[in-house]
Ligand binder design. Structure first.
Ligand SMILES: Cc1cc2nc3c(=O)[nH]c(=O)nc-3n(C[C@H](O)[C@H](O)[C@H](O)COP(=O)(O)O)c2cc1C
Length: 186
């Protein structure tokens, strides 16, 4: 299967990108792409009529993906603009976009004890509007992320790795079930 991993941050010490790297081994045997969402222009109706190549490439990746995993921090009790902007681009035409029916799952993280719970709730709300298939699961949030990685070092904490592996393997099964159902659809 093709998995698209959407990070909510791209700076040089991005803990979200560390999480992306941490979950890659759990997706072995599958194709994984991590688009540079920070290269997308802000969504604009005019640009949508005449899409720049970077947008066309991203939309092709979303269309080709069997499933999407968002790995993101919480920004001001919501999701970072870079991730929301990417979802906005992929969300047109409304209710018939490449996100429609797409299995999606989330991994949020924060320094705080809240673990990005509000970002995760907002992601569900946003992707519900695109008719995506939201992974029903134990929510995967990581608290105290600053004690697990400095944004460069890999995460080695056994319990966190076990939770991440369980989450990703469960999502793979969910995405496979969704793919089987859509193949059967007339
Ligand atoms: C603009 C901004 C807003 C933030 N707002 C929140 C917040 O509302 N709740 C929270 O728990 N952490 C908040 N944080 C902290 C980040 O979520 C936290 O540092 C996270 O680990 C950064 O992830 P990253 O390395 O992937 O960018 C904020 C950070 C920034 C830069």
């Amino acid at each position: 299967m093709n998995f698209l991993l959407l990070s909510g941050s791209f700076h040089s010490r991005s803990r979200s990108l560390v999480i992306v790297d941490t979950i890659r081994p759990f997706l072995s045997g599958h194709d994984v792409l991590v688009p540079q969402l920070d290269r997308l222009p802000f969504y604009c109706e005019d640009l949508n009529q005449n899409k720049p190549p970077v947008v066309q490439d991203f939309l092709a990746q979303v269309t080709a993906a069997d499933a999407i995993i968002c790995c993101t921090p919480e920004y001001n009790h919501s999701i970072p603009a870079v991730l929301k902007n990417a979802i906005d681009w992929a969300s047109r035409p409304a209710f018939a976009s490449p996100l429609k029916g797409k299995p999606v799952s989330f991994v949020t993280q924060a320094v705080s004890a809240v673990g990005g719970a509000r970002a995760q709730a907002h992601l569900k709300l946003v992707l519900d509007s695109t008719l995506s298939e939201i992974h029903p699961c134990h929510e995967m949030m990581i608290t105290g992320i600053d004690t697990l990685t400095d944004g460069k070092s890999p995460i080695t904490e056994r319990k966190v790795l076990e939770r991440l592996e369980r989450h990703i393997l469960d999502f793979i099964r969910f995405a496979q079930r969704r793919a089987a159902v859509s193949q059967q659809a007339p």
